[in-house]
Design a protein around this ligand. Structure first.
Ligand SMILES: Nc1ncnc2c1ncn2[C@@H]1O[C@H](COP(=O)(O)OP(=O)(O)OP(=O)(O)O)[C@@H](O)[C@H]1O
Ligand SMILES: [Mg+2]
Length: 257
């Protein structure tokens, strides 16, 4: 099973006359691990907000043959689409297991919930294993390291059997080792799901991206493999150049694109 792809056409989001997402097209295949990069304010989070129904948008967003635009947030979630936010949103006083249990039970009937009391549901056990949190299952989420909280959040999407994961800066603030572990986790979960990662960390992107879309001023500036995107002069000008290798100060910034 390889999951479903995401198709975005002419996506546009406007806030009081300001266009934050300006006609974006994206084709993200099942099994892809797509990185969405771009400078601050490029429209990355707004794009994810539009896909998940948090902001109004025009154009088209299709996943698994269903049009998402115009549907309420909970209906989009029920189609197997889940996201994380730039700040973690776990229940700090509850244990890792309880957090996963609640996520697994969300949206299910009371009978299913009752049956679950008897033991740890299989999808929770699997999510603990996938995220490497099995040994920490009885710890309150609040005492977890920063990286572990992010993994728990990803686990909370996995127990819901999310088919499309949209992760907003999952490795921000992580140590080198936590980043590597997160990259390997994303690789594993993208094998049979579609994964979109917003990220500022270029080393992380180079190590783990299957494909990359560069957003700039609400538009897709460049798209392709890591190598292709890095070789794109326009990308170097707006983003990569400044982040990785210093560009000569005399290079003019073009107005196009
Ligand atoms: N609710 C809102 N109302 C008005 N403007 C907004 C709103 N949300 C975002 N914007 C604006 O839209 C633009 C895109 O913001 P967005 O948060 O999508 O950028 P981003 O690419 O995620 O940036 P960052 O890398 O800093 O997270 C910015 O100029 C931002 O100020
Ligand atoms: Mg953002």
């Amino acid at each position: 099973m390889s999951g479903e792809g995401l198709t975005v056409r002419g996506l546009r989001v406007t806030f009081d006359g300001f266009t934050a997402v300006d006609g974006v097209d994206l084709d993200i295949r099942p099994g892809d691990l797509r990185f969405l990069i771009g400078p601050n304010g490029a429209g990355k989070t707004t794009l994810v907000d539009a896909v998940t129904g948090l902001v109004r948008a025009s154009g088209s967003v299709r996943f698994g043959g269903e049009e998402l635009l115009g549907r309420p947030v909970h209906r989009i979630a029920r189609l197997g689409i889940g996201r994380t936010f730039q700040t973690a949103t776990v229940f700090e006083e509850l244990t890792v297991l309880q957090n996963l249990d609640i996520a697994a039970g969300a949206g299910r009937g009371p009978l299913t919930m009752l049956r679950r009391r008897k033991g740890v549901p299989e999808e929770v056990t699997r999510a603990l294993e996938t995220t490497g949190l099995t040994a920490l299952r009885d710890r309150p989420a609040g005492v977890l390291a920063h990286g572990q909280k992010q993994w728990l959040e990803i686990g909370m999407l996995l127990v819901k059997d999310v088919r499309l994961l949209l992760l907003d800066e999952p490795v921000a603030g992580m140590s080198h080792d936590e980043r590597e572990a997160t990259g390997r986790l994303l690789r594993r979960i993208s094998e049979d799901r579609t994964v979109v990662v917003i990220e500022h960390d270029m080393d992380f992107m180079r190590s783990f991206a299957h494909s990359v879309s560069v957003l700039h001023a609400g538009k897709v500036l460049s798209e392709g493999s890591v190598t292709e995107v890095q070789a794109d002069a326009r990308v170097q000008e707006v983003y990569l150049g400044r982040a990785s290798e210093p560009e000569p100060a005399a290079v003019p910034v073009t107005e196009e694109a």
